[in-house]
Design a protein around this ligand. Sequence first.
Ligand SMILES: *[C@@H]1O[C@H](CO)[C@@H](O)[C@H](O)[C@H]1NC(C)=O
Length: 146
Amino acid sequence: MPVILTLFASSNKEDYEPDTGCLKEYNGLAMYHNSLLHQDVIRLRGKYPRVKISYTDYYYPTINVVKSPGLYGFIDTPLQVCCGKGGPYNFNISENCGMPGVSACPNPSAYLHWDGAHLTEAAYRYISSTWLDGPYADPPLKRLHN
Ligand SMILES: *[C@@H]1O[C@H](CO)[C@@H](O)[C@H](O)[C@H]1NC(C)=O
């Protein structure tokens, strides 16, 4: 997320993943959090067998787009924010989307990131498809009620 990349920017190149430009530690934290959450969802399912509960993952579909934006119809600078101003990611915590003098790009559906903290509708369309049909939901939501 551009807000994380901006707040925790590092001068040490080693802190960044070479294939994504993301901060290694924060992606590691996301994956660790999600694996614990997934385990707990499985545990809850065992404890309450009559409750339908799905684990949906936000990290993997998002990182897919960051790694191969063109494959999903996004611009090839996937860490750039559509609605923002300045800085390496077009994101400035002091000059946010919605403030005077801050404008949105003309083609938001080509962007992954809307305002630095939220994704675009186009990104959510892709992510939701991976939750409805799989593979980033356990079970996929379309199979939850069968
Ligand atoms: C962010 O916005 C503040 C307030 O307008 C400004 O002083 C600062 O230089 C901006 N930073 C970047 C990186 O553009």
